[in-house]
Design a protein around this ligand. Structure first.
Ligand SMILES: Nc1nc(=O)c2c([nH]1)NC[C@@H]1CN(c3ccc(C(=O)N[C@@H](CCC(=O)O)C(=O)O)cc3)CN21
Ligand SMILES: CC(C)C(=O)C(=O)O
Ligand SMILES: [Mg+2]
Length: 276
């Protein structure tokens, strides 16, 4: 195993800060981001070279079993944020603001973000949208809360976007560029580009001073993000094309479960060494 790099160089003695991410872009260093919703994955990702963890509203799908991200609430996400923060020492923890918790305007956005910072212990928040949420991003950054933007395909708006579709093909590319620029101008420290053509992501990455974080946005962003269950093959159903599977955790868990169940049925577990 090679040595695990930190984002800021040297040993992992402190938390990553948003300014470290800006410095990484200036150096041309790329960085990985993953979702996490629990203490075990958070500790493993934190200690194995992932400098930014997102407690995504995708917990809706990947923890709570909802069809979409729309139903998940602040009260459901807050305990997951707390768990991830407690389990980590180096990673910057970003809390995703769920649908309905910031759209009303800067006041509502601030009230929600303060809960994630104060009760959750998050270090930053993320919200979906471009020009339409610029006022919210300004209010949060003005209050000292670092904000990660999210443009392109924004799952909370699937009903206006017409399903899970690539955004910014052909003429609509200019809309995605304008949204990314609005997010940066409003003071965000980074912006997720989800399901946009690689060329559009490359243009935005070159034009913006802040780091871009791609998911289904090609190889030319400053950072990348995946949902952790997708990354290790723990997903049920067909994965989107942007997913790469680095392990078969579904298979490993299924096999361990079959062995355990068979050994209990067969009387092989527990054995003498498991008995007081
Ligand atoms: N497990 C998981 N992974 C994710 O990446 C993810 C979530 N959950 N939940 C919240 C959102 C929803 N996301 C999704 C979900 C599905 C597709 C999808 O089916 N994409 C297809 C169709 C693309 C197209 O037709 O243009 C693909 O092949 O990429 C994409 C993003 C991304 N987020
Ligand atoms: C896929 C990432 C960017 C996200 O927003 C989430 O997991 O909720
Ligand atoms: Mg999300």
């Amino acid at each position: 195993m090679s040595e695990i790099p930190t984002l800021y160089g040297g040993p992992a003695t402190r938390r990553v800060r948003t300014r470290d991410l800006a410095a990484a872009k200036a150096r041309g260093d790329r960085w990985p981001m993953l979702t996490s919703y629990d203490q075990y994955t958070a500790a493993i990702f934190d200690q194995n070279g992932v400098p930014v963890l997102l407690v995504g509203d995708s917990a809706a799908n990947n923890v709570y079993g909802y069809e979409t991200t729309l139903p998940v609430t602040v009260d459901e996400l807050l305990p997951l944020v707390r768990a991830v923060v407690r389990a980590t020492t180096t990673a910057l923890i970003v809390a995703d603001l769920p649908f309905g918790s910031y759209e009303e305007g800067p006041t509502q956005a601030l009230r929600t973000a303060v809960r994630f910072m104060k009760e959750g212990g998050a270090h930053a928040v993320k919200l979906e949208g471009g020009r339409r949420v610029a006022a919210q991003i300004e209010a949060l950054t003005g209050a000292g809360i670092p904000v990660m933007g999210h443009v392109g395909f924004t799952p909370q708006s699937e009903h206006t976007l017409g399903g899970y579709r690539v955004q910014g093909r052909d003429e609509s590319a200019a809309q995605v560029v304008a949204d990314a620029r609005a997010v940066a101008d409003a003071g965000a420290f980074a912006v997720v580009l989800e399901m946009v053509p690689g060329e559009v992501a490359k243009t935005i990455t070159k034009e913006l001073d802040i780091p871009t974080v791609g998911i289904g946005a090609g190889p030319d962003t400053d950072a990348q993000v995946l949902v952790w269950q997708d990354m290790v093959g723990l997903r049920t159903g067909k994965a989107p094309r942007f997913v790469k599977k680095y392990a078969d955790m579904s298979g490993i868990l299924a096999e361990a479960t079959r062995q355990y169940a068979a050994e209990v049925r067969g009387g092989e577990f527990p054995a003498a060494e498991h008995t007081f």
